[in-house]
Ligand binder design. Structure first.
Ligand SMILES: *Cc1c(COP(=O)(O)O)cnc(C)c1O
Length: 430
């Protein structure tokens, strides 16, 4: 039998999060107040986030202990498996070795519970009773409702309407974990009502849903807000992915030449790649490639400038690659990649040439998704299929040059709730 799966034992779950902030060659530009454009301090975030998370957002500590209560829950599905993609390699006829880290084994089916559990924990610790959030394709909403259910916190989810209609079973998941979910734009907030007035058929966007959730949280004493990507503390919580990868690859005597991940707001991509950053900065020859949709190309076609995180302009201004906060992406099936900006940490590293980004058309993405499903078995989320496509492109380059590179990509989630997207692809409606 050829070994295909690389596992770790439960006592090898990372016990600390890796914080890339102190290692960035150029420090992040400070967040600014959306009205005055003056730098804001961490205290400006207290209406929205608990102190425990705000401290992590600006921490200069390289390693941060993972609380025992969080470890106890992560142990439900971590460490996640890594696979050698022998079936895919064979189908491509490439001399490259392809490995993938699979985050689809979590209860919600993606990497998002890694941060949802941590965020719910810090809210619970500071006595928060209710959390409001937005969700694109529904993965973040389901991950946070899962986490809130374990900590006994009420959860309110504003779900981008296009996904609410396309992915009804994500709504069922959210309800099963006991949370409340409404399509965004909704008539529950001023931001939602303004959007509906302009266009009653508005299919929504992540930026708009964020406006609704922030407005909800800012307007209630008992409620805080939670974001599933982009922010430094979210990337921090996802660093367990890359830390596990380093151990798994070392256990089979390998080290990647290139690491590929899909990029929406940057959390799974950063979680996968940032733990390798100290090696890269120390001179190791390793490349990091972010893959995004052609229809929402923030890193490849956006401007590197200050922008707010939401349509209504209520969040702080952050320095990042952005398409503009009022950008309405086409209703593609990779709902989790329809965000107008990139994570400030990822944007910083792309701007300085330490990371790379490419953008790809939806049809090509599904070609790679289907090839992967038919050779490796796992049915990828449309978002994750962007990473597959990036890895396939690297493997085909190796085929041409004859090089046997080692490629690692992140399979951020399974596609079991995205089968409507596959139906659309097979019926030629894409
Ligand atoms: C949400 C999501 C993404 C995109 O979000 P990032 O913060 O960029 O990781 C990618 N893949 C899956 C499976 C997701 O659920």
């Amino acid at each position: 039998m050829q070994s295909r799966m690389i596992t770790l034992s439960q006592n090898e779950i990372p016990k600390k999060w890796y914080n890339a902030l102190p290692d960035l060659p150029r420090p992040l530009d400070p967040p600014l107040h959306p009205g005055t454009r003056e730098p804001i301090g961490p205290e400006a975030l207290t209406p929205l986030f608990p102190m425990g998370l705000i401290e992590q957002e600006v921490s200069s500590q390289r390693w941060i202990d993972i609380p025992e209560e969080v470890m106890d829950i992560l142990a439900l599905w971590r460490p996640t498996p890594m696979f050698r993609a022998v079936g895919l390699e064979k189908a491509l006829g490439t001399p490259a070795k392809i490995f993938y880290k699979y985050e689809g084994t979590s209860p919600a089916g993606s990497h998002k519970p890694n941060t949802a559990v941590a965020q719910a924990y810090y809210n619970k610790k500071e006595n928060v009773k209710r959390i409001a959030t937005e969700t694109g394709a529904g993965q973040w909403g389901s991950a946070l409702s899962f986490a809130c259910s374990l900590f006994g916190i009420e959860c309110m989810v504003y779900m981008v309407r296009i996904s609410f209609d396309q992915k009804p079973y994500r709504k069922s998941l959210i309800n099963t974990w006991g949370a409340n979910v409404v399509p965004s734009p909704s008539n529950l907030t001023a931001a939602g009502r303004a959007a509906l007035e302009k266009d009653p058929e508005c299919s929504g966007s992540l930026g708009l849903a964020i406006s609704e959730a922030v407005e909800d949280a800012a307007g209630r004493e008992d409620t805080k807000y939670a974001l599933g990507s982009v922010l430094n503390h979210v990337l921090l919580h996802q660093s367990i992915i890359g830390q596990e990868c380093i151990k798994q690859m070392a256990s089979v005597g390998e080290y990647p030449d290139v690491v590929v991940g899909c990029h929406g707001g940057g959390s799974n991509y950063a979680g996968l790649t940032l733990p390798f950053l100290p090696d890269k900065l120390g001179g190791k020859n390793i490349r990091f490639v972010a893959v995004e949709p052609k229809s929402c190309p923030s890193l490849t076609e956006g401007k590197y400038e200050y922008d707010v995180g939401d349509v209504a302009g209520m969040t702080p201004l952050m320095m990042m690659y952005t398409l503009g906060h009022d950008f309405m992406p086409a209703p593609i099936h990779a709902g989790g990649l329809r965000y107008h900006g990139g994570a400030p940490i990822v944007s910083n590293l792309i701007h300085d040439g330490i990371m790379e980004a490419i953008s790809v058309e939806q049809k090509q993405i599904f070609e790679s998704a289907v090839l992967f499903a038919r050779t490796e078995g796992h049915i990828p989320a449309p978002e994750s299929a962007h990473a597959i496509h990036g890895a396939v492109a690297e493997a085909l380059k190796c085929k041409e040059s004859g090089e046997s590179k080692t490629i690692l990509f992140g399979l951020s989630g399974h596609g079991h709730f995205d089968m409507g997207a596959y139906d659309a692809y097979f019926s030629g409606r894409m």
